[in-house]
Each structure stands twice: as C-alpha cells, then as structure tokens.
Design a protein around this ligand. Structure first.
Ligand code: SF4
Ligand code: SF4
Length: 182
C-alpha cells in the first residue's frame, strides 16, 4: 500500500553481528558522548546562587512608577490591559479623595492593579501602551513559587518604594520605549 506521507522507511532485516547482539558498540558510543560532555563547559548555572548578567533592556518583572514627588503615576486608564496579548493585567479604578493628592498624581488611580505572572509573556506591550509613564519592565527576575496564587502580583509587589533609594531606574528602557526600539 502506498504511504500517505512518503516518510516510511524500509526496515533492514540483516542479521546482527556478535558485538551488536551484545550491544557493545551502542554502549561504548553512549559512554563516548557522556565523557565528551563531562569535560565541556556547562551550559547551565546553579540558579539562584549563581546569576547571569542580563542585557540592558532585559524584560523582567514590572514596576509601577512614581513621579518625582512620590505619587503613583498610574491613572487606571486600562490601556495596558487592552494591549496585553495574554490578558494578564486586571485593575480596579478609583477616584482620588481630598487629602490624597500626595499619593496619586491624577484624579483617578488604581485601587487594585494585578498582573498574572503565569500568563505574562514579558512582551513589553503594556509599557509601550502606557500614556502616563507608569509601567515598565525591569531587569529583575520575577520570583517563583510553588503556589499558583502567589503568581498574581499585586500593587505591593509592583509599585516602587517612595524613598529615592527604593526607586527603580528605568531610564534605559524609557529611552528605548520612546525611540520605539523595543
Ligand atoms: S509584558 Fe506583555 S504579557 Fe506581560 S503584562 Fe505586559 S503586555 Fe501583558
Ligand atoms: S499602567 Fe499606564 S496604561 Fe496601565 S492603567 Fe496605569 S496609566 Fe493606564
């Protein structure tokens, strides 16, 4: 009968030699490959004790930025969520109350802002879509966990600290995003 794929192989029915019947050539062939790899430079590292250097524009864990005065930049406009191809971002918008001007830059802000890191593919489209300079990917590695629920990163993991020393420098990424070089 004619094969549908033309990928069929004719099976050889030749008699095996004594060495082949003892599997010795195959065993020595396998050992040769094992020894060859034992003396090669390892391609893996012992993460997290060892870390690799990342490129300047590595796309790691997101940060929600504050402005110079420490106020959250995000206005919960939702453009990042719309741009996200993985539907990883959700948020709840709220209105800034009197007396909260030092916390939120504009009248509207994100009461909740969540990124499902199991969905995120670190494409960076959220930072490109953001009109408020509020979200950037950073060179930080998103922490791993054994519990699925722990991969929903909430504002406490995403918003940078108020102190200048806790700010995350995204100047390289900001330049690249503005140039459209991502
Ligand atoms: S990096 Fe991409 S996948 Fe991840 S949250 Fe942003 S837009 Fe969505
Ligand atoms: S991070 Fe930017 S795009 Fe996303 S909701 Fe906030 S202001 Fe809008």
């Amino acid at each position: 009968m004619q094969s549908l794929t033309n990928r069929s192989k004719v099976v050889s029915n030749k008699h095996l030699s004594l060495a082949e019947r003892l599997y010795l050539p195959a065993i020595f062939g396998g050992l040769r490959i094992t020894f060859k790899h034992m003396f090669k430079k390892k391609a893996t590292i012992s993460y997290p004790e060892e870390q690799r250097d990342h490129g300047r524009l590595y796309r790691g864990q997101h940060v929600l930025k504050r402005d110079e005065q420490g106020r959250e930049n995000c206005t919960a406009c939702g453009l990042c969520a719309v741009a996200c191809p993985a539907e990883a971002i959700t948020m709840v918008a709220g209105e800034r109350k009197k007396g909260e001007e030092h916390l939120y830059r504009e009248e509207k802000y994100a009461i909740e802002y969540n990124i499902n890191m199991l969905r995120c593919i670190f494409c960076g489209l959220c930072e490109e879509a953001c009109p408020k300079d509020a979200i950037y990917l950073t060179d930080r590695i998103a922490e791993s966990n054994y519990q699925r629920g722990q991969f929903i990163f909430t504002k406490d993991k995403l918003v940078e600290g108020i102190d200048k020393s806790d700010r995350i420098d995204v100047s390289d990424r900001r330049k690249a995003v503005r140039k459209g070089a991502m």
